[in-house]
Design a protein around this ligand. Structure first.
Ligand code: HEM
Ligand code: HEM
Length: 347
């Protein structure tokens, strides 16, 4: 028979809590990233809801983790403690900014809650790795037990209930995010492009106006094709731009659809269209999407402003904002698959 003391040596209290925290952070990271990558509602609505449930389940574990932290802090000072304490602060900022987006959306702050949220979440990763190097907890076979599943089920139910509660309070009190999209983005400047925020991927910035007056290059099979954008700009669509920065706006855009810009027939090997900005930023789309993509030269009847992509930008309905390439200088038909690119821009 094992004594109570040896049982405790083999099952230090808190091991399961730490492993549950690890699983929840990994899932939060995964679902958060997928919610950015998937453009269309309702898919992104579902993923974002799961993300909220996972993130809030983490908060429910605070009482259990507090016991572990207090016990750890009573031990002699050791390398890695600073990482653990910084981790507490970063997870707190991540969760607070996430809930901030979920209840307030983006109102008037210089950076949006979701930008703070994602930046803090990215910093969590190296610190969590550092914390785990010094505090590793080995999963055990016995974790896959009826008790383990019951605990996981309770945590999941608690997370879902918390996510529903945050939604209920936000809607019940009519808080600013009550009418947010399923992605968590709140409305800013629909049908009034001058009120629409100017945001771009964090690696990019608005180029000087005098550098922007560059003709469009359309390249098929490595050869330039002549186009007259001004003459052909007769296609109009109403489309919603949902920025991963946490805001969205609907506008009426006018320009030319990519399938009408490109010569017919296209080379049989053509598989994707690369849309390139003057800044070097680029995104690649499946060739079959050409008829859904618009190279816009005006919005709400006026030329685009420099911040919104003058002289032309891509309008990519159903895709998150980072696909809507601004300051487009080239459209290139290539034989590379569209999937062969990083899911998020690296340039
Ligand atoms: C939300 C994420 C987490 C935060 C904020 C966090 C924070 C902390 C803090 C501040 C301490 C006390 C200081 C110290 O001992 O260094 C601690 C202790 C500890 N943590 Fe974490 N931790 C997290 C996740 C994890 C994970 C994922 C594991 C392992 C899989 C883990 C394992 C441990 C262990 C073993 C201790 C030591 C307990 C003791 O010495 O009795 N933690 N944690
Ligand atoms: C450490 C990892 C993460 C944790 C713990 C976390 C946790 C949370 C929490 C608690 C919320 C508030 C949910 C609510 O009350 O409705 C939230 C919202 C959100 N998170 Fe995360 N998150 C993490 C990483 C990420 C990442 C990597 C992304 C995107 C790349 C992301 C995107 C979002 C978005 C867009 C919202 C707003 C959703 C809404 O308004 O309903 N999160 N997150």
């Amino acid at each position: 028979m094992t004594s109570a003391a040896s049982w405790h040596r083999q099952h230090p209290p808190g091991r399961r809590t730490n492993l549950a925290l690890l699983a929840l952070i990994a899932l939060a990271f995964l679902t958060g990233t997928v919610s950015f990558a998937v453009g269309s509602t309702p898919a992104t609505t579902a993923v974002t809801f799961v993300h909220a449930a996972v993130g809030l389940a983490l908060v429910l574990l605070v009482p259990w983790k507090s016991v572990i932290v207090r016990r750890g802090l009573r031990r002699p000072m050791h390398a890695g403690r600073a990482a653990g304490i910084t981790l507490v602060a970063l997870v707190a900022v991540t969760v607070a900014a996430g809930v901030g987006q979920a209840v307030l959306g983006w109102t008037a702050t210089a950076v949006t809650p979701v930008q703070v949220h994602v930046a803090a979440a990215l910093l969590v990763v190296p610190l969590l790795v550092a914390h785990m190097v010094t505090h590793w907890q080995r999963p055990r076979r016995a974790d896959v037990s009826r008790r383990g599943f019951l605990a996981a089920g309770l945590i999941a139910a608690g997370g879902v209930a918390s996510a529903l509660a945050v939604q209920g309070v936000t809607r019940g009190l009519g808080l600013p995010a009550a009418r947010a999209r399923g992605t968590g983005s709140t409305e800013r400047g629909s049908f009034s492009p001058e009120l629409m925020p100017v945001t771009q991927w964090f690696t990019d910035e608005v180029p000087p106006l005098e550098s922007l007056d560059v003709p469009l290059r359309v390249v098929v099979d490595g050869r330039a094709v002549a186009v007259d954008l001004q003459r052909d700009a007769t296609d109009a669509i109403e489309a919603l731009l949902d920025c991963t920065g946490g805001w969205y706006a609907t506008q009426r855009w006018r320009g030319v659809r990519l399938d009408r810009l490109l010569p017919v027939p296209l080379p049989p090997a053509a598989r994707s269209i690369e849309v390139v900005s003057i800044t070097g930023y680029r995104r690649r789309f499946p060739i079959d999407d050409a008829s859904t993509l618009l190279l816009a030269t005006t919005v709400e009847g006026r030329p685009l402003s420099p911040g919104h992509g003058f002289p032309r930008r891509l309008v990519a309905p159903g895709r998150r904002g980072f696909w809507w390439v601004k300051w487009v200088v080239a459209v290139e038909v290539t034989d590379r698959p569209a999937l062969l690119q990083p899911p998020f821009p690296l340039q």
